[in-house]
Design a binder for this molecule. Structure first.
Ligand code: SER
Length: 577
């Protein structure tokens, strides 16, 4: 079964009767309205307000497939099952059904819909601690649906507790989470390796078991006094699509599934090497370039900051692996089978790196013992991301102190601070006058779209350069010419009124009561800034903005409207004099 078929079956199963879930749009991979995190790493991230009691417009039963990136797994990539980018099959009960419904449904999906052999499936439940009781309820449900007793395991907070920050003692005040019940697939052909412990079990690292699904019972919130029960009991299920596909293949190598096959084939042809015996490098290249492709799609360019730095690191690490495999590196090596505009970004980055790469490698050969200063020089002069240098020297048995490297970097940045002081705020690429005007236009556009299309429109992402704005928003259908015209006319009418742009500081609750738009999934400080444009627009925002609309000095034209993903549209607009 292909990943596309699994995805479609999953959505159909949860949307269908009697489960009756509503499909929601996945969050963008780069949550531009959430500066606390670089990438979306789980499906529940956009649902936090609803898991804590707000009403979701689509109801209490939701389902989606969420593209996700988990950078914490990057060092594991190269084995047969870890990837940085993956798609998460998610479904949620927002205070509606609970364990008695969820666990049998997941079982039914895996065994009946996908046809996985139930004898190969194992489950785990929370063993309990001082604050939260042992989850005998889940174990009873598993037994009732004939999961044999010796396929049911109990573990503690390390394995069977989920929150975005890990176990309860790591959860900050306000964070939500709960015990979970996981499902594992057993690859009986993999022999247990005693290096990982005497006895094999579902959470053993030997590779015989693979976790393919996790039902989290989000029913707790961390408070200053400890864990407190939420007013509603939620279910948050996540299943890794790629791992499920590997289980369907009954092959523990995730890189043999359809989503990777063509990529690996292409890497083989570019490097002239077979996958066999070169698995580790090829898996790293395949994973990193697949992730790079998805990040570039979100409008990120390689840079030395934030998401751009991650992208650079993924491409440059892959470039070194290609060079290791074929002995040299050329610009087009990593374009693989990607679409031409994506390939161009990759080609340019590989091109930039390949110029200094050979010189850097010569330099590395001369280094007997590495330190943070030398690592900084390799970064600064030859463009070697710290982690790449770290890996090269780790292979030679040498360590580099990351904190010291960071200090070198900060010292350098302090010296060269200029124009960069304005940094990245609210999706702005810089803080020039031009981007400031377009930022204000983004607020006008948001309000105009809601006025013309309806209140279901909400911002999903924003990216502004000095030439244009790009704005993503929730809306199902393509905008017709008439709607685009109406939005433009409305914005320009407001600009002609020369409205004043004002800001006030208040608590988030006060802001919401005042009708200000705020973005879900964003962690706000206690006090927020609210920008108003006359009576036309009110948004929680960090600024900066023009003081009066006459400063925009022109009219707005929408020059492109397109789909980004299901239920999300994208607009590009410019200011014309
Ligand atoms: N939130 C859980 C996870 O990310 C299940 O969706 O694993």
């Amino acid at each position: 079964m292909t990943t596309a078929e699994i995805r479609a079956k999953y959505l159909k199963f949860f949307i269908g009767k009697p489960r009756n879930h509503k499909e929601i749009s996945p969050a963008p991979l780069v949550p531009e309205n959430d500066p606390t995190t670089l990438f979306t790493s789980s499906g529940m991230q956009q649902l936090v307000p609803y898991l804590t009691g707000e009403n979701h417009p689509e109801g209490k039963r939701l389902v989606d497939v969420q593209p996700s990136i988990r950078l914490q797994d990057i060092d594991e990539v190269g084995d047969n099952r870890h990837t940085t980018f993956f798609e998460m099959l998610g479904n949620w009960s927002l205070g509606d059904y609970f364990k008695a419904e969820q666990l049998p449904w997941v079982w039914e999906f895996f065994t009946k819909e996908l046809g996985l052999d139930g004898n190969r499936l194992y489950v785990s439940c929370f063993e309990g601690n001082k604050e939260v009781p042992r989850d005998t309820e889940s174990a009873k449900i598993w037994k009732k649906i004939r999961v044999p007793e010796d396929h049911i395991f109990f573990y503690g907070v390390k394995e069977n507790w989920w929150s975005r920050s890990g176990p309860p003692n790591k959860m900050p005040v306000g964070e939500i989470g709960g015990p979970d019940s996981e499902i594992f697939y057993e690859f009986t052909q993999v022999k247990h390796d005693p290096k990982f412990g005497e006895k094999c079990h579902p959470n053993c690292e030997c590779g015989r078991f693979l976790e393919i699904g996790n039902s989290v019972f989000i029913q707790y919130q961390k408070t200053k006094e400890g864990l407190k029960e939420l007013s509603q009991k939620n279910v948050d299920f996540g299943g890794g699509l790629e791992r499920i596909a590997a289980a369907m293949n009954d092959d523990p190598d995730v890189f043999k599934i359809d989503a990777f096959v063509l990529l690996i084939k292409k890497i083989s042809s570019v490097t002239g090497k077979a996958y066999k015996r070169n698995e580790t490098s090829m898996r790293i290249i395949a994973d990193h370039m697949r992730a790079a492709n998805m990040i570039i799609r979100e409008g990120v360019e390689p840079s030395n900051k934030q998401q751009g730095y991650v992208l650079r690191r993924l491409i440059r690490r892959s470039a070194l692996k290609v060079r290791d495999l074929k002995g040299k590196l050329v610009g087009g090596d990593l374009s693989l089978n990607f679409e031409s505009d994506i390939a161009k970004v990759i080609e340019d980055e590989v091109g930039r790196f390949s110029i200094s790469l050979e010189k850097g490698m010569k330099q590395i050969e001369k280094i007997d013992s590495v330190d943070s200063k030398k690592a900084f020089d390799l970064y600064q002069t030859y463009g070697f991301p710290f982690e790449v240098t770290q890996e090269i020297f780790a292979d030679k048995g040498q360590k580099i102190d990351k904190d010291k490297f960071q200090k070198e970097l900060e010292m350098h940045q302090e010296k060269s601070r200029s124009a960069s002081a304005g940094k990245f705020k609210g999706g702005l690429a810089d803080s020039s006058e031009a981007t400031k005007k377009l930022h204000t236009v983004t607020h006008l556009l948001h309000a105009a779209l809601r006025s013309i299309l309806g209140d279901h429109v909400s911002q999903k992402g924003s990216n502004i350069t000095s030439d244009r704005l790009r704005f993503d928003f929730s809306h199902k259908e393509k905008l017709n010419e008439d709607e685009i015209k109406k939005v433009e006319v409305l914005i320009n009418k407001e600009i002609d009124k020369d409205l004043e742009v004002t800001s006030e500081t208040m608590t988030l609750d006060e802001a919401k009561d005042a009708g200000a738009l705020a973005f879900f999934g964003h962690k706000y400080d206690e006090l927020v800034k609210v920008y108003s444009i006359g009576k036309f627009s009110k948004e929680v925002c960090g600024g900066p903005h023009v003081k009066r609309l006459s400063e925009i000095k022109g009219h707005v034209r929408i020059n492109k409207e397109e789909s980004v993903s299901s239920g999300v549209r994208r607009i590009y607009a410019v200011i014309e004099k």
